[in-house]
Unconditional design. Structure first.
Length: 371
């Protein structure tokens, strides 16, 4: 995969499409960037589809394939839009409906695929993952297949300038969770750690600054860079309980993905801390927290994360988004539907302990004691 990073880099997309010998192009773009694509005055043959809803159902892929004919798919948008672009490029030319690909090895991609994120968060442009709502499935399905890698990823931080503060916050928190969960994953390795550590060091400062002032070019560039690094890290090491729990309670409030994963992350960090004190202490220090011992510092990672959520105007307990004691059983059940995430978590995810984690998440109970 070719990765291109730079301010204003989308304006040179013609060079990249030419490099791929792109043929007929369909842009799958967020509604908000349709105009920006039109204003590029592109000389190649293209059409634009810009009706991707947030958190899309898988059927949208079949609608696009039916409506357009194309050799190359260019995704320009947030994570959901890029995921639609990825699966569209793989499913095009196949007889099966996209939903019939669930649970199977994906066919080899025959269309060219180029991805340009407009948010700093999902890292989808560099991963082999695509997340979809599937009819009659309780939690979202994650396609995980090498066919989903793009040919070219163009990361242009300028595209994130128009992100409103709440989108900046939610997508930035998603990137932070990717970095943290990849870093602490049982499948982490020295290479994924290198990318994750750098992202963890950048995000607490850059995300606050980008949220406080969306015009801050340096903070926007730092966040796009950190999101890319986090994407590379979790593409190989995966995410864990943080994402499993985020998926498990989303049915209650239907929040954007990053907000959903972020709400319960402080409690996940405190649950996981004893499984790897050293790494959790490093996360805590990146968040500006420290304690009188390695253990105390590690446990403060959750507190530092909750403070970051507060600074970004985000909820930090499930009761803020309508969850109560009656929801505990169902949330705990649903955690175990994300089997791969549960398997990668550094601390064994025990059902009886999840009741406690979910209860603490609902009421906002974090350990602050030193003893
Ligand atoms: Fe995520």
């Amino acid at each position: 995969m070719r990765v291109v990073f730079g301010w204003g880099r989308l304006e040179r997309i013609e060079e990249e499409v030419e490099r791929l010998k792109g043929g007929k192009v369909v842009f799958i773009a967020d509604r908000a960037v349709r105009k920006a694509v039109e204003e590029l005055n592109l000389s190649f043959d293209y059409e634009i589809f810009s009706d991707v809803e947030p958190e899309p159902e898988i059927g949208i892929v079949d609608d696009i394939i039916e409506k357009f004919s194309f050799d190359t798919v260019v995704g320009v948008g947030g994570g959901s839009t890029l995921d639609v672009a990825k699966l569209t490029a793989v499913a095009a030319g196949e007889k099966a409906k996209a939903v019939e690909l669930v649970g199977k090895k994906l066919p080899e991609r025959k269309c060219k695929l180029l991805l340009c994120p407009t948010t700093a968060g999902t890292g989808s442009e560099v991963t082999k993952l695509a997340v979809f709502k599937i009819p009659k499935r309780e939690v979202k399905y994650v396609f995980d297949d090498e066919s989903l890698y793009a040919d070219i990823a163009i990361i242009d931080p300028k595209l994130t300038l128009s992100c409103p503060p709440h989108v900046t916050a939610s997508s930035g928190i998603d990137a932070f969770c990717h970095a943290i969960e990849a870093y602490t994953s049982l499948f982490s390795n020295p290479i994924s750690d290198m990318f994750a550590e750098k992202a963890i060091a950048i995000i607490p400062k850059a995300l606050r600054e980008a949220y406080a002032n969306g015009e801050n070019v340096r903070a926007r560039t730092d966040m796009s860079f950190a999101s890319l690094l986090a994407g590379i890290a979790f593409n190989s090491a995966g995410t864990g309980l943080g994402h499993a729990l985020g998926y498990a309670h989303n049915h209650i409030h239907n929040s954007p993905h990053g907000k959903s994963v972020g709400i319960t992350m402080p409690y996940v960090l405190q649950y996981n801390a004893i499984a790897d004190l050293e790494k959790h202490a490093r996360i805590a220090r990146a968040l500006g927290e420290s304690g009188s011992s390695l253990r105390e510092t590690a446990l403060r990672a959750g507190i530092g994360f909750a403070k970051l959520l507060k600074d970004l105007g985000m909820p930090h307990k499930l009761s803020d988004v309508g969850a109560g004691e009656d929801d505990i059983e169902k949330i705990v059940d649903r955690i175990f539907l994300s089997e791969k995430h549960v398997r990668r978590n550094p601390r064994v995810v025990r059902r009886e302990e999840m009741y406690d984690v979910v209860r603490k998440s609902i009421h906002g109970i974090l350990r602050e004691e030193e003893y």
